[in-house]
Design a protein around this ligand. Structure first.
Ligand code: SDX
Length: 396
């Protein structure tokens, strides 16, 4: 019994850690950040308020918010040297390959001044990472399309600044659309943390060695890239595109048949979850955001959105998915809404990493801040060979 939450002893024996940050009830489809339901945060707060909540445990009051926003805003530029790291990549490099490199490269500028055991140092590292991730993602994008980087602007909101760095050029101003700005901010909130998922566990394990937070976050970026995890939003959109190319809604039956085929490895990307065995609450909010953005962009008849809704309807009624408790997860609609905002498909997971960075940092902080923590050392069940003697080469 921990507070209002009860766990069966079997679960406790598998728990990787104790945390007070995010609570998920997979059977009920509930997600709470520091006790606040995700639905209320996504409706009543913005991303930087949510960052304050995840990092410090409380939503900020007006003065605290003003101070937090000012600290983040004043760290959005990156060292001018950072641009030279990008030149080592091919122009067609995947943005997540670039991001893994760039976030790790931040260590080169700050690790020697970051004592991971000093809470003040961890706090400035969190602020720097929250502030610089949008700048780095936008630089990765501009590099792949051969356009000059756009500097951050202190007069714009966090998500507005990201949109501006992504889509403005020195020759043409980009006017931030408030509907897109709010939608992107909500996407950041929905992706901010998710208890001990694969990339967060990677950051905890990596950080437990005492390495600097930039290196630990870079490990999280690398893990998130996988299609079974954060890469699923890109994979889900590519899947919808393939179905669309092969007959669209009329062809869904054929696709579902492939998914069900025992010998096929085809999965319904954006469906299923290690914990949610009910509807992912983030997916519902993402679908609403999708409708708002598609309406704003005059894309109500977007074929991929219609295809996604049709696919979801079929899956929610089909025994194969229902019996396996496979429901849409956060990644199912996030690709469609990002594409409607104008974010290119290869950037989707980098946007996920941008948003999840604060969750990684909050979880790393919580672990390092616990005086009992030690370096992580997952155990194994050895199923290999019994001890044996080495034979001389002639007898092998
Ligand atoms: C994220 O952990 C987190 O919190 C992650 C995340 C976060 O915020 O950090 O929520 C973000 O990663 C969301 C998940 C994104 N991934 C995808 O959408 C990829 C597609 N989903 C699958 O790869 C899968 O659902 C997982 C990996 C997400 C979850 O797998 P599980 O819970 O371990 O389920 P499983 O692999 O044991 O599958 C159980 C059954 C199997 O069939 P059987 O062997 O029983 O016949 O369900 C089938 C699976 O084949 N199955 C699917 C399926 N997912 C599971 N079949 C078709 N399509 C799918 N998507």
């Amino acid at each position: 019994q921990t507070g209002m939450f009860t766990y069966d002893p079997g679960f406790l024996s598998t728990a990787a850690c104790q945390s007070a940050i995010t609570y998920i009830d997979g059977d009920k489809g509930e997600l709470l950040y520091r006790g606040y339901p995700i639905e209320q945060l996504a409706t009543n707060c913005d991303y930087l308020e949510t960052c304050h909540l995840l990092l410090y445990g409380e939503l900020p009051d007006a003065a605290q918010k003003k101070d937090f926003v000012s600290r983040v805003t004043n760290h959005t530029m990156v060292n001018e040297q950072m641009q030279f790291f990008l030149r080592g990549f091919r122009r067609d490099a995947h943005p997540m390959a670039i991001m893994t490199g760039l976030v790790g490269a931040l260590s080169a500028f700050y690790h020697d001044s970051t004592d991971i055991n000093n809470p003040a140092h961890r706090d400035i590292a969190a602020i720097r990472l929250i502030a610089k991730m949008p700048t780095l993602v936008a630089m990765a994008y501009k590099y792949t399309i051969g356009q000059p980087y756009m500097y951050p602007r202190n007069d714009l909101s966090y998500s507005g600044n990201f949109l501006h760095m992504m889509f403005a050029t020195p020759c043409e101003e980009y006017k931030v659309n408030p509907v897109l700005e709010r939608a992107l901010d909500r996407i950041f909130i929905l992706h901010a943390d998710h208890e001990q998922n694969a990339s967060t566990s990677t950051v905890r394990l990596c950080g437990s060695s005492g390495t600097n937070p930039f290196a630990a976050i870079a490990a999280g970026v690398a893990c998130l890239w996988g299609p079974a995890h954060g890469g699923a939003n890109e994979a889900a959109l590519n899947m919808l595109g393939d179905i669309q190319k092969n007959g669209g809604i009329e062809n869904i039956g054929e696709f579902i048949k492939q998914v069900k085929d025992k010998n096929s490895t085809v999965k319904l990307m954006g469906f299923g979850h290690r914990v949610y065995k009910n509807y992912d609450p983030r997916a519902k909010l993402m679908q609403e955001t999708c409708k708002e953005v598609l309406h704003e962009m005059g894309l109500e008849n977007d074929p991929l959105f219609k295809l996604a809704m049709a696919l979801e309807k079929i899956a929610l009624e089909d025994d194969y998915f229902v019996s396996r408790k496979l429901y849409p997860n956060v990644d199912f609609y996030s690709g469609i809404v990002q594409r409607a905002i104008g974010i290119p498909v290869p950037l989707f997971t980098a946007v996920f990493a941008l948003a999840r960075n604060v969750g990684w940092m909050a979880q790393l902080n919580e672990m390092i801040g616990d005086p009992e923590y030690k370096i992580g050392r997952p155990r194994q069940l050895f199923v290999g060979s019994v001890p044996r003697e080495v034979k001389p080469m002639a007898e092998r």
